[in-house]
Write a protein that binds this ligand. Structure first.
Ligand SMILES: C[C@@H](O)[C@H](N)C(=O)O
Ligand SMILES: C[C@@H](O)[C@H](N)C(=O)O
Lengths: 157, 157
């Protein structure tokens, strides 16, 4: 493919928070981000997939150093939305494959996903933009994931 | 907040495809993207949220002009993975809020989500990167969404 991969970026200082089975109706996203913003929390990844039977899951990552603010944030959020449960996970790492032309290059994603799967690394979350394919994986898999991705995209040559 | 919003980008020529209840185990993402890549399909957004009880949904968007390749792609994919159903939706629009400093600025997301909710625009999918907040909404809501976002981020001044 013609995509130019410029590098593999990663972070291990994040915690992911998932509200499961929120209503897929206008206002819910706002009622989650509002309280986070009011507490000045550093939100990085926000991922929400399509609603199924009127419900969806809503996940965001925050800086782990701000984890102490989560109780208050969740307390505020639960006053205005329904959800099944909140899952908090600080054992994650964010890995991003950065380049130009990643959009419309299913080949880059296919290559990255194949390399990770061959190394038994589970992909927890996927979020893409034109220049970046962002994956959330388990922290313990990070070192291997970065090496594997460097190898298949030939970034050390 | 200090985020600089440079603009609102949008596209209406995409179709979203969701495989529901795929197994959240290594190899599944690869078995979906592989066939898409082999058919040279233009994949743009890929969104996958966390697994719940070992299952998750996997969504990607393609150029609607390539919709005719979908039957073959799904045919190939279903040979190697289990899923509950495939949902195909070409009545979507992708809207992106582009800027610097969007990451760590829950305020930008909060502001965007509130403006959309006040206008009864449902947010179908969310995918973020440091410089871009990407939303998938219904095509019929696009014109209003772009206007609303331009207004609240004061982009016409
Ligand atoms: C789930 C959430 O994004 C909802 N669809 C909203 O528009 O706020
Ligand atoms: C769902 C899918 O991403 C799976 N977790 C994988 O690693 O391939």
């Amino acid at each position: 493919e013609n995509a130019e991969i410029s590098g593999i970026a990663f972070q291990t200082d994040q915690t992911k928070v998932t509200f499961t089975a929120v209503e897929d109706t206008p206002g819910i996203a706002s009622k989650i981000l509002g309280p986070l913003s009011e507490l000045d929390m550093k939100v990085d990844v926000i991922v929400q997939n399509v609603g199924i039977e009127g419900k969806t899951d809503f996940t965001f990552t925050i800086a782990t150093e701000e984890k102490s603010l989560l109780d208050e944030a969740i307390n505020n959020i639960q006053k205005s939305i329904n959800y099944k449960e909140v899952i908090i996970d600080d054992e994650i790492a964010k890995v991003s494959i950065v380049g130009v032309g990643i959009r419309s290059h299913a080949g880059v994603a296919a290559k990255a996903f194949q390399a990770l799967s061959e190394n038994e690394i589970n992909i927890g979350m996927i979020s893409t933009s034109e220049i970046k394919l962002t994956l959330v994986i388990e922290k313990d898999d990070l070192e291997k994931a970065v090496k594997v991705l460097h190898d298949i995209f030939e970034l050390d040559k």
